[in-house]
Design a protein around this ligand. Structure first.
Ligand SMILES: Nc1ncnc2c1ncn2[C@@H]1O[C@H](COP(=O)(O)OP(=O)(O)O)[C@@H](O)[C@H]1O
Ligand SMILES: [Mg+2]
Length: 238
C-alpha cells in the first residue's frame, strides 16, 4: 500500500523554480533513499512534503489524502515527521527533557525509556544538555524525538552530514533497529554507502529533477549514474 506519494510537484523559492515535476512514492514499511549532491533539491523535497515550502502545483498525498493546505503541524499530527538537516534539538534542555517534551506533545507517544533502548548511546547522557553533545549524539536525539511520536512516515534529511565516520557507523547500526520496526522512511543522503545499507529502493535527484528510480541492487550496478550524479567512484562503493 502506498503511504506517501508525490505527484509531479513543483516547488519555488520566490521566483526560483527548484523542484521540477518531482514524483515519488513510498509503500508502507519501505525505506527509500533520496540521493543527490549538494543543492540537488533533497531538502526542498522534504520541506515540500512537510508543507514548510508547499509546492506551487502537483500533489502530496499521505494515506491517499491530499495534504494541500495543511500546515506542517497538521501534517505532523497525521504522522509525517521530519528530522531536519540542522537537527534542532533544544540546546539548553537535557536529553531527558528533550525526550519528555516530545513525549508530552504527542497524542500516543512511545515510552521515553524505549528510546534509550533503541539509542543506547543516549542512556548515559540523560542529564547532558543538547548543546554539550556531539553532532552524532544530537542526531540520535533528534531521531529519538521524532520516533517517540510514533510517526507513520519518517523523513530523515541527510542524517550523516558532518558526522565522523565512526559515528556514522553507530548511527547506521541504531537506524537498522529503527527501520526494522513498522515505520516508513524517506532518507536523503549524499553518503551512498550509508543509504545503500539501510534502503531497499532509491531515487536520484539532480537540479530538482528525478533522474533515476530503482532498487538499491540495481543502483549498485550503475557506476555511471553514481559517478555522474553523486561524484562517487566505483572503488568508493562498499
Ligand atoms: N531558502 C532558499 N531560498 C532560495 N533558494 C534556495 C533556498 N534553499 C535552497 N535553495 C536553492 O534550492 C536548490 C536546492 O536546494 P536544497 O533543496 O537545499 O538541496 P540539497 O538539500 O539537495 O542540498 C539549490 O539551488 C539551493 O541553492
Ligand atoms: Mg539539504
Amino acid at each position: 500500500m502506498t503511504v506517501l506519494e508525490l505527484d509531479e510537484i513543483n516547488t519555488y523559492y520566490g521566483n526560483s523554480h527548484v523542484l521540477h515535476d518531482v514524483s515519488l512514492e513510498l509503500a508502507e514499511g519501505e525505506v527509500v533513499a533520496l540521493l543527490g549532491r549538494n543543492g540537488a533539491g533533497k531538502t526542498t523535497t522534504m520541506r515540500s512534503i512537510m508543507g514548510v515550502t508547499p509546492p506551487r502545483d502537483g500533489t502530496v498525498r499521505f494515506d491517499g489524502a491530499d495534504l494541500d493546505g495543511l500546515s506542517p503541524d497538521e501534517r505532523n499530527e497525521l504522522g509525517v515527521n521530519l528530522v531536519p538537516e540542522d537537527r534542532r534539538v533544544f540546546p539548553t534542555l537535557t536529553v531527558q527533557e528533550n525526550l519528555t517534551l516530545a513525549h508530552k506533545l504527542a497524542d500516543d507517544p512511545r515510552p521515553v525509556e524505549e528510546m534509550y533502548e533503541l539509542f543506547p548511546v543516549l542512556d548515559p547522557l540523560r542529564s547532558n544538555q543538547g548543546q554539550n553533545m556531539s553532532g552524532g549524539e544530537q542526531q540520535m536525539l533528534a531521531v529519538a524525538r521524532a520516533l517517540i511520536q510514533r510517526p507513520k512516515v519518517l523523513l530523515l534529511d541527510e542524517p550523516t552530514e558532518g558526522l565522523a565516520p565512526v559515528i556514522v557507523d553507530d548511527l547506521r547500526e541504531m537506524l537498522h533497529d529503527v527501520v526494522s520496526e513498522d515505520v516508513t522512511v524517506l532518507l536523503s543522503e549524499q553518503n551512498v554507502n550509508f543509504a545503500f545499507d539501510l534502503a531497499t529502493r532509491g531515487y536520484i535527484i539532480d537540479t530538482g529533477e528525478i533522474v533515476y528510480e530503482g532498487t538499491i541492487e540495481e543502483l549498485q550496478q550503475r557506476d555511471d549514474l553514481l559517478e555522474r550524479y553523486l561524484a562517487v567512484s566505483p572503488e568508493e562503493i562498499a
